[in-house]
Each structure stands twice: as structure tokens, then as C-alpha cells.
Design a binder for this molecule. Structure first.
Ligand code: HEM
Length: 196
């Protein structure tokens, strides 16, 4: 028997997602020994995040922020529902997943912006080199610490993100990873508009 499916993630969201996974892995693994590669991967991440911010306003239905961004209290009560095994199934991001998407985007943006600043101070390179020229050694040190903090914080969020994806997949008996590959989900669930 075939099940009805709905198209949820458009091709650009999927290309964005897996390019982000790849470029984050490359940036994280090359930071010590291959600075040129690290910097290129960082630029790619920044470009992807800027694209996603724009796509969040003009993209397809489930890519738009207004289709999934909820109040923090809604996300918290959704997390309680998960504990009680009564969490609703969503076609787009569920409220907890939506908070995670925003947290990941924010943390990646901070990581790349502080990375650009550091590149300007340490190497006198990149678009911020001119602005960062006068920065003191101790400020440069702080920028480096902040860049590293956000890179590690992003990694922490990624672990939670993957656990969340696995947990939601089990809970609703569907493979969300496959959905992020082929863009489709089983029909007959709730979207933010008709969940409340
Ligand atoms: C192999 C590891 C990963 C898997 C299996 C995975 C899986 C997924 C899945 C299934 C979704 C859709 C969630 C839903 O249905 O609501 C998603 C969304 C998302 N993931 Fe991942 N993910 C992985 C790694 C990452 C990493 C490393 C990052 C960040 C660097 C990331 C950032 C995001 C973002 C930003 C979204 C939102 C997509 C959008 O709306 O544009 N993911 N991920």
C-alpha cells in the first residue's frame, strides 16, 4: 500500500542543509593545520547562513520562518509533551526543532563573524582587515576565545539536534533524515497553522 506524501523541504533547503553539514565538518576539522581550507569553509558557511536568512522570508511554505517560529513557551510545552509521549506530529519543524534551527543559525553566524574578525586581526586579510588593524593584542585574544566558544557551542547544539531528529523519528515512526534527502514526508499531520 502506498502512503500519501507531501513535499516539505524544497531543493534549496536540502542543498543548504547538506552543504552546511559538509562545510561545518570541514571547517571544524581543518582549524589547526589547514588554515586556507578552514577560511574557505567558513566563507561557505557564512554564505549559506545569509542565503537561509533570506530564504526564511521568500522561500517555500515550510522554509519560511513564519511557518515554524513559535514562542519559547510553546517550545517548552512541546518538550513536556515529548516526555509525556503526547507530542503532536508536525509536517514542518516541530516547536522544539524550530528553536534549535534558530539557535544553530545564530551560533553559526556568531562563529563566522568572529572568525572573520580574527582573520582580519591575525592575518590582516578578509573584508574586516581594514577595521581590525588597530585592535590590541588582548582584544585579539578575546576575539579568538569567542570564535572558539561559538564553534564548540555549535558542535554541542549539533549533538542535541541529531538526538532530537532521532527521537522525533522514533516517536512518529518516520525517517526524518530521508525526508531531508528527498524532501517528502508522510501526509496527515499538523503544521504550525493548524496545530494549536
Ligand atoms: C549527519 C548529521 C545531521 C542529520 C542527520 C541532520 C538531520 C536533519 C533533519 C532531519 C532536519 C529536519 C528536521 C525536521 O524534520 O524538522 C534538519 C534540519 C536542520 N539541520 Fe540538520 N542534521 C545533521 C547535521 C546538521 C549540522 C551539522 C547542522 C549545522 C551545521 C545542521 C543544521 C540544520 C538546520 C539549520 C536545519 C533546518 C533546515 C532548514 O529549515 O533550513 N544539521 N537536520
Amino acid at each position: 500500500m502506498t502512503q500519501d506524501t507531501v513535499k516539505v523541504w524544497d531543493v534549496l533547503v536540502r542543498v543548504f542543509h547538506w552543504s552546511l553539514v559538509t562545510s561545518f565538518a570541514i571547517a571544524y576539522l581543518t582549524e589547526d593545520d589547514y588554515q586556507d581550507v578552514h577560511v574557505i569553509a567558513g566563507y561557505v558557511i557564512l554564505g549559506l547562513i545569509i542565503f537561509r536568512l533570506i530564504w526564511g522570508f521568500i522561500g517555500s511554505r515550510y522554509a519560511r520562518f513564519n511557518s515554524f517560529v513559535v514562542k519559547p513557551s510553546t517550545a517548552l510545552s512541546y518538550i513536556k509533551d515529548i516526555k509525556n509521549h503526547s507530542a503532536k506530529r508536525y509536517i514542518g519543524h516541530n516547536p522544539a526543532g524550530a528553536m534549535m534551527v534558530l539557535a544553530l543559525i545564530f551560533s553559526l553566524l556568531m562563529t563566522t563573524l568572529f572568525g572573520l574578525m580574527l582573520y582580519g586581526v591575525g592575518e590582516f586579510s578578509g573584508p574586516l582587515a581594514g577595521v581590525m588593524m588597530e585592535v590590541s593584542k588582548s582584544t585579539a585574544h578575546d576575539i579568538e576565545e569567542i570564535h572558539e566558544f561559538f564553534a564548540n557551542f555549535t558542535l554541542f547544539l549539533i549533538v542535541l539536534h541529531i538526538l532530537g531528529v532521532i527521537s522525533a523519528s522514533y516517536q512518529h515512526k518516520e525517517n526524518l533524515v530521508v525526508s531531508m534527502l528527498n524532501g517528502k514526508k508522510r501526509a496527515n499531520a499538523t503544521s504550525k497553522e493548524d496545530a494549536s
